[in-house]
Design a protein around this ligand. Structure first.
Ligand code: G3P
Length: 217
């Protein structure tokens, strides 16, 4: 499973990237706002740091302007994936930009039918939002499973990018179902390493090491 990190914070991306945990980065206007940086500047910096796909989202709502924005974003670096919302205009822009050979990430996907349309429009990635479905008491994992089934039924190559991941269980379930990619905030990726039995076991080992006077360097 590929790991994308869902942030525009350079230091957090660098730390995870140095560990080999970053196969790509996703951003959106809210994350750019949170970073306090200029979108073109910070996106360029991320692209210089990470070799995998870096999603940068358009802010227009009509297809013509989305296409113009997508072309401008794609000029930042060859690893840009233009992020487009799953609207009718977004699908039109997806068809044009993917036809030009650009990577496209279709975002704000909340139904399997939407995901089917994105695949037909040539999306490189589809981003179903798990956490936001859970927020309204709909199981986000059912959506990932439905999209997996449909894409496999017809051999669509669009990659399922499980997004709006809030918990380590979201990561586990997405991996079980076979999402191609998951994108999560740095804190969630770090939490994947945590286990109470690891902490407890380490405590005992360290106590025994101290009482036995074990010293290595
Ligand atoms: O990957 C999409 C993500 O940024 C949205 O996450 O937690 O705001 O629903 P969230």
């Amino acid at each position: 499973m590929k790991f994308f990190v869902d942030t525009a914070e350079i230091d957090a991306i660098r730390e995870l990237n140095d560990l080999g945990m970053v196969d790509g980065v996703t951003t959106n206007p809210s994350l750019i706002k949170k970073s306090g940086r200029d979108i073109l500047e910070v996106t360029k910096e991320i692209c210089d740091l990470v070799s995998g796909p870096v999603s940068a989202e358009v802010v227009a709502t009509d297809s013509e302007t989305m296409i113009a924005e997508g072309r401008k974003l794609a000029e930042i670096a060859p690893n840009i994936a233009v992020k487009l919302p799953l609207t009718w205009d977004g699908l039109k822009a997806c068809k044009v930009l993917s036809g030009e050979g650009k990577m496209v990430n279709v975002t704000l996907c909340f139904s399997a039918n939407q995901a089917l349309l994105a695949a037909k429009a040539g999306a490189t990635f589809i981003s179903p939002f798990i956490g936001r479905l859970d927020d309204i008491n709909i199981d986000g994992m059912d959506l990932i499973a439905d999209i997996r089934t449909i894409y496999d039924n017809y051999g669509y190559e669009t990659q399922i990018l499980a997004a709006s991941i809030r918990t380590v269980n979201h990561v586990l379930e997405s991996a079980r179902i076979g999402a191609d990619v998951m994108t999560a905030p740095p804190e969630v990726i770090q939490k994947l390493a945590a286990h109470p039995l690891t902490d407890k076991g380490l405590e005992t080992f360290l106590k025994d090491a101290a009482s036995a006077g074990i010293k290595i360097v």
